[in-house]
Design a protein around this ligand. Structure first.
Ligand code: GTP
Length: 364
């Protein structure tokens, strides 16, 4: 029985292309991008481990090799890691089914399944225990959001039983609740084994509605703990800053206005805050101002520059007096002195921008 053998398994879905986070995801899959200096996947594995998960199967597809190179067999993280690789992306349900071939638990045991791009403070241990106590086929963590239209809506009855699934509703009459699918599930293993193998399947659009049609118990647990989907650049910088400032959960981390990683050099005249992460070997020169941003390893910010709410890729150079607000700068780009990049601008890796241009919200 699950509790007795001290072994709990989880599947992490990490095979998506992360198109909304381009150009950051051209070389690095979204779950391996560092938030507060640590890949999202590692934050998730550590939280799962602390909740009793002992073995993790990563469902990989896009840039699958990056995960194994960094995470190995998991021994550094105190879990066992196995890798399921999809030759062609199989979607969320197909990925779960593919990963199930590497599970070792029995048909009645609970399996935790996590989307690989979410920061969450939900109590995984309580979700697992509640799932087993209720004898559910599937338990979903639900969170409440102000604008549910970009999410999967999941209305529940008084006892927590899921009543329906409405994926990204557009019509006002479809918006029947503010509870949305938070991308964290507990499946009974036998339910995963019944997902069709070898073809793309969406759990949200196909598997979940079919479970309701079959009349099995599907429970939703509404929990208002910290939750953030890191799908867009703006949520990505917010998630990183929330971890640094202690707003998002991070065991053992002491909240701080900013985080300096190994070998970062910051001038005494620089002003840094709002949860900024200054990556390994970064140099911040003179009176530069950096707020709420992620500076990836090896970047350089010159005197008089301002970097606000932005992601600065590896080895990027931000020239003297440049202003970068709400922008994403791909690896190895050079932003010449006094450029102004604002609100939604994305600069592709290796781009060289000369001095003094102003760009709003178009790809450079
Ligand atoms: P966007 O392209 O920006 O929408 O990002 P994404 O590709 O990550 O898609 P989305 O955010 O909807 O995916 C939710 C989670 O499922 C992420 O953790 C993805 O890595 C994962 N995922 C999505 N599609 C697949 C797939 O085909 N295979 C695997 N293994 N994981 C997937």
């Amino acid at each position: 029985m699950w509790w007795d053998d001290g072994m709990t398994e989880a599947i992490l879905l990490v095979g998506g292309q992360g198109t909304r986070l381009r150009p950051l995801t051209i070389s690095t899959p979204k779950p391996m991008l560092p938030v507060a200096g640590v890949p999202v996947t590692i934050h998730q594995i550590e939280r799962a481990r602390d909740a009793g998960v002992t073995r993790v199967v990563l469902g990989t597809s896009y840039r699958a090799e990056v995960f194994a190179e960094r995470l190995g067999d998991g021994s550094d993280l105190g879990v066992e890691i196995a890798y399921a690789v999809e030759a062609q992306p199989l979607g969320t349900g197909g990925a779960i089914r593919n990963a199930a071939d590497l599970l070792t638990c029995g048909p009645d045991d609970p399996v935790m399944v996590l989307n690989g791009d979410v920061l969450s403070g939900v109590d995984y241990r309580a979700l697992l225990a509640g799932h087993v106590d209720w004898g559910a086929a599937l338990t979903l963590h639900l969170t409440r959001v102000d604008d549910p239209t970009a999410y999967g809506l999941v209305p529940t009855g008084d006892d927590g039983q899921v009543l329906a699934f409405r994926e990204k509703p557009q019509m006002p009459e479809e918006i029947v609740t503010d509870q949305v699918n938070a991308g964290c599930y507990v499946f009974t293993r036998s339910v995963i084994d019944e997902i069709p193998a070898g073809r793309p399947v969406s759990v949200e659009r196909e598997t979940f509605p079919a479970l309701l049609d079959n009349g099995v118990l599907v429970r939703g647990v509404v929990d208002d703990a910290y939750w953030l989907d890191l799908g867009t650049p703006w949520d990505f910088v917010k998630g990183s800053a929330d971890l640094v400032r202690g707003i998002a959960p991070w065991a053992g981390h002491r909240p701080a206005p900013y985080l300096l990683l190994d070998g970062a050099e910051v001038s005494d005249q620089a002003v840094i805050g709002h949860g900024t992460t200054v990556g390994r070997g970064v140099r911040v020169i003179g009176d530069a101002v950096i707020e709420g941003s992620v500076l990836m390893d090896g970047a350089v910010v010159e005197a008089g520059a301002a970097v606000i709410d932005s992601v600065i890729g590896e080895r990027v150079r931000i020239g003297e007096g440049a202003t970068v607000v709400g922008a994403v700068i791909g690896d190895d780009a050079v932003i010449g002195a006094r450029n102004e990049l604002r609100h939604g601008v994305r600069v592709w890796p290796g781009t060289q921008l000369g001095e003094t241009s102003v760009r709003f919200s178009s790809d450079a």
